[in-house]
Design a protein around this ligand. Structure first.
Ligand SMILES: [Zn+2]
Length: 524
C-alpha cells in the first residue's frame, strides 16, 4: 500500500510560520535611510534562517550554497554577508521583536494548538527560569552585565529569563519572548533575574491579557514580592521551596503536623513499584516577615525501592487529595525549561552559548531572541506538523533530521519546506551529479551522452509530489527537484533557462567554463 505524506494544519506549517515571521519583521521600523542596500527584514530573516537550519556557526552558514533557497523558502530578497548582517542587526531594539513572538503564539491559539496543553483550572503551565547566554573577560557591549573581581579583572555576561508553556505529558515546549537580563538604558547598575521577572510578568499580561497560566519556578522565586507580582497580574503559581531558605514556613508546617492539622496522602503505582507520599497544609504564612502572604504548602516523597526523592512547593491553588498528585506533576515539570529548552538550545544544534558576534549595542541579545523565535517555530512543527513528526520518526533523531534538511537545502532547488520534508519522507532516487554549462559554449550535450538525470522524489503512487516551480521552463517534470546549481545558473545569467544544458562530468571543460561552474554568485 502506498505511503502518503501526512497533511498538517496549514496555518501552522513551517512555510506559513516563516511567512508570519517575515511579515512580523516587515513591521519593525528600519532605523536606516530608505535607500539601504539590504532591508532590515532580509537581515533579520537571514539570522532566522541560520538558526532555523541550525548552522553550527555563522561562517558555516554558507551564503553561497544556501542563497538559492533563501528566497523561495525564507522570502529573503538579498542575502547579506555575515559581517553586514551583524552591522545591520546591532542597533536593532530587542523589544521590537516582541510582536513577532506574539504573532506566532496568536496563530497557535487560533489553530487550537494550545488547548491540549491546558493543565489545570483551564490554565497552562508556564515555566520561568534564568540562564546565561554569554560570558567573557574581553568581549563586551553596552548592555553587558559586569562583575568586577578582587584582582581587578572584569567578567562580562548576558543572561535572560526564559519562559515556555509546558505540559508534563508533552515533550514539545512553546517558548515565549524571553526577558533579557541586561543593563537597562540609562543605568550603570547590573540588572537581575528578579527585576527581569517583574518586567516579564507585566509584558506577558499586556501581550496576552486573556491567557490563563500557572507559573512554575524554582525556590529562588518563592519570595513575597514575586508572589505579590504574580497575584497582581492574575497568575496562579506552583513555586519550589527549600527548608534552608524557608525555615519559618517549614517550622509552621511542623507545628501544624504535631497538632494534627496537616493531611497525609499516599498513592501506590504498583506497575512502576513507586510510592507517592504527600503531606500538605493550606493557608500558611510564607515567612515570618510577610505574614499576610498566605500560601498552600505541599511536601512530596517519591519512593522507589531504596531511592527517595524529596520535593516541596507552595501554591495559591487550594490543595486537596483530589488535586495534589496533579499539582506535584506541575511542579516537577519545571525541569522542562532547563532540559527541553535551555539544554536543547545549548547542546542540540542551536549552539546558544556560541558567540555568533557580540556587537557594540544589542547584537548579542538580538541573536539570542531570533534563535528563540526559530526554536518556537521548530517546536510548533514538533507539536503540530504531522509531516515533520513522520520524517522525525523515520530518521530516528533530530540531529539526523537537521543534517538531512541542511543537505537538501544546500544542494537542491526547493520551493517550500513542505517540499523538503516530503523529499525526506519519500526519499530521493540516487543520481549522478548534474552540472550546468552555458549554451553559448562550444560544449553542447552530445547525443550519445546519457540524458540528464535529476534527483527525483520516489513515490509509490503516480502523484507528483513537489509542485513545479512557477514559470520555470527548465523544470518540465513536476516530480523533479533540480540541482540548485543548475537553477541558479539559469536564473542569474538572465538567459532563458531552456538554453541551459546539463552536462555530465567535467572532461573537456575549458578553464573558463570550470570557473563559471565554481565561481560564487555574488549577491550584495
Ligand atoms: Zn554584551
Amino acid at each position: 500500500m502506498a505511503i502518503v505524506a501526512p497533511k498538517g494544519r496549514k496555518h501552522l506549517s513551517a512555510d506559513a510560520l516563516f511567512r508570519l515571521v517575515h511579515t512580523g519583521f516587515d513591521h519593525i521600523p528600519d532605523y536606516r535611510p530608505a535607500d539601504a542596500d539590504i532591508s532590515l527584514t532580509d537581515a533579520l530573516m537571514a539570522a532566522f534562517a541560520m538558526f532555523s537550519l541550525q548552522s553550527p556557526a555563522l561562517l558555516a552558514f554558507d551564503k553561497e550554497r544556501a542563497e538559492g533557497n533563501l528566497h523561495p523558502i525564507y522570502g529573503i530578497q538579498r542575502v547579506p554577508c555575515d559581517t553586514h548582517m551583524r552591522e545591520i542587526l546591532d542597533p536593532v531594539s530587542p523589544e521590537s521583536l516582541r510582536p513577532v513572538f506574539k504573532r506566532v503564539l496568536t496563530q497557535l491559539q487560533r489553530g487550537k494548538a494550545l488547548e491540549p496543553m491546558v493543565f489545570l483550572e483551564d490554565s497552562s503551565l508556564l515555566a520561568l527560569d534564568g540562564t546565561g547566554s554569554f560570558s567573557s573577560k574581553a568581549i563586551h557591549c553596552a548592555s553587558c552585565l559586569h562583575q568586577v573581581h578582587r584582582n581587578g579583572t572584569v567578567t562580562y555576561a548576558h543572561q535572560m529569563l526564559g519562559a515556555a508553556i509546558i505540559h508534563p505529558d508533552m515533550r514539545a515546549v512553546i517558548p515565549l519572548m524571553p526577558e533579557p537580563i541586561v543593563k537597562q538604558d540609562g543605568t550603570s547598575k547590573n540588572d537581575c533575574e528578579r527585576n527581569a521577572a517583574k518586567r516579564f510578568v507585566a509584558k506577558l499580561r499586556h501581550d496576552h491579557p486573556h491567557l490563563k497560566f500557572i507559573v512554575t519556578e524554582d525556590s529562588l522565586s518563592s519570595n513575597a514580592p514575586h508572589i505579590e507580582t504574580l497575584q497582581a497580574h492574575g497568575l496562579h503559581y506552583i513555586l519550589g521551596v527549600k527548608e534552608g531558605d524557608h525555615a519559618s514556613l517549614f517550622q509552621h508546617v511542623q507545628a501544624a503536623d504535631h497538632a494534627g492539622h496537616v493531611t497525609y496522602y499516599e498513592r501506590h503505582d504498583r506497575a512502576a513499584h513507586v510510592v507517592h507520599r504527600f503531606r500538605f497544609l493550606n493557608d500558611v504564612p510564607l515567612n515570618a516577615s510577610n505574614p499576610d502572604v498566605r500560601v498552600n504548602f505541599i511536601e512530596y516523597w517519591e519512593i522507589h525501592g531504596d531511592t527517595v526523592q524529596h520535593f516541596s512547593w507552595v501554591t495559591d491553588l487550594r490543595v486537596s487529595t483530589r488535586n495534589v498528585f496533579h499539582l506535584m506533576r506541575g511542579g516537577r515539570a519545571r525541569w522542562k525549561i532547563e532540559n527541553e529548552t535551555f539544554t536543547t538550545l545549548k547542546n542540540q544544534g542551536y549552539n546558544f552559548a556560541h558567540n555568533y558576534g557580540h556587537g557594540e549595542q544589542n547584537l548579542s541579545v538580538v541573536f539570542a531572541l531570533v534563535m528563540m523565535l526559530a526554536f518556537l517555530v521548530d517546536q510548533t512543527q514538533q507539536r503540530c506538523c504531522a509531516l515533520f513528526q513522520a520524517v522525525w520518526a523515520k530518521l530516528g533523531s533530530k540531529r539526523l533530521l537537521w543534517e538531512r534538511m541542511r543537505a537538501l537545502f544546500y544542494d537542491y532547488a526547493l520551493e517550500s519546506m513542505r517540499q523538503l520534508l516530503e523529499a525526506l519522507f519519500y526519499g530521493l532516487k540516487k543520481s549522478k551529479p548534474i552540472m550546468a554549462v552555458d549554451s553559448s559554449s562550444s560544449l553542447h550535450r552530445c547525443s550519445c551522452d546519457p540524458p540528464p538525470s535529476h534527483p527525483t522524489i520516489s513515490h509509490r503512487f503516480g502523484k507528483a509530489t513537489p509542485p513545479r516551480r512557477k514559470g520555470s521552463a527548465g523544470n518540465k517534470t513536476a516530480g523533479h527537484i533540480r540541482s540548485r546549481k543548475s537553477l541558479q545558473k539559469a536564473e542569474t545569467d538572465g538567459r532563458n533557462p531552456e538554453r541551459v544544458v546539463h552536462y555530465h562530468g567535467r572532461i573537456g571543460l575549458s578553464g573558463h567554463k570550470r570557473e563559471l561552474l565554481t565561481k560564487p554568485q555574488s549577491v550584495r
